[in-house]
Design a protein around this ligand. Structure first.
Ligand SMILES: [Zn+2]
Ligand SMILES: [Zn+2]
Length: 174
C-alpha cells in the first residue's frame, strides 16, 4: 500500500487527490488479507493529510464459543504524513521527529501499511463475537452449542441464564 505523492507535493496547499484501494496480500502467518476502500490525500502546508475509510476482515476468535471467524472491520483513517526531505530535491527539512507522525520517505512515497496496522488494532472489538446470537460453549461439557444442544442435565443456554436466574428468583420469593 505505497502511494507516490511526489506530484502532489508540487501542488498548492489544499489540493486533494483520491485513491481507490483494493488489495489482497498475505500476512506473515499465511492468512489472506484483503482491504478495500478509498482514501483522499490533502496537500497541507507541512505534508500530506490522508483521510479515508477502508474495509477489511481479519481472523478473530469468538469470545463466547472460541471458534475462529472472519471479523469485518471498518477502519477510519486520518493521519498526516510529513516529509523527511523537502519537495524540491535535495532540500532537507529539519526533521522534528514528532511522536506518532508518519513520514513521506526520500522517494516521496507514503506507506499506508503501518497506518492500517495501527488502525486495525484500535478497531478490534474487546469481545469479538462470531455472530450476534452465538450460543457459546456449555459450561459443563464444553460443547459448542452453536452445533446443537448437549445432553447435560439442566443445561441452560447462556443467553438465557441471566433471565432464568431472575425467573427462578421470583418464583422462590412468591
Ligand atoms: Zn461464537
Ligand atoms: Zn453440556
Amino acid at each position: 500500500m505505497i502511494i507516490d505523492v511526489s506530484q502532489q507535493l508540487k501542488q498548492p496547499i489544499g489540493s486533494t487527490r483520491r485513491y481507490s484501494i483494493n488489495e489482497t496480500s498475505n500476512s506473515p502467518d499465511g492468512e489472506e488479507f484483503s482491504i478495500y476502500g478509498e482514501v483522499s490525500l490533502l496537500r497541507t502546508d507541512r505534508g500530506i493529510l490522508m483521510t479515508g475509510i477502508l474495509n477489511t476482515r481479519i481472523k478473530a476468535v469468538c469470545s463466547r464459543c472460541l471458534g475462529d471467524f472472519d471479523q469485518p472491520l471498518t477502519l477510519k483513517l486520518e493521519e498526516e504524513f510529513l516529509p523527511v526531505v523537502g519537495p524540491s530535491i535535495g532540500t532537507s527539512l529539519p526533521w522534528s521527529g514528532e511522536d506518532g507522525a508518519f513520514v513521506i520517505d526520500e522517494n516521496q512515497e507514503i506507506d499506508l501499511g503501518e497506518v492500517v496496522r495501527q488502525c486495525t488494532l484500535l478497531a478490534l472489538p474487546m469481545k469479538p463475537l462470531c455472530r450476534g446470537d452465538c450460543a457459546g460453549l456449555c459450561p459443563s461439557c464444553g460443547r459448542n452449542l452453536n452445533l446443537g444442544p448437549c445432553s447435560c442435565p439442566g443445561a441452560v443456554d447462556p443467553r438465557f441464564a441471566e433471565l432464568a436466574k431472575l425467573v427462578l428468583g421470583e418464583e422462590r420469593t412468591a
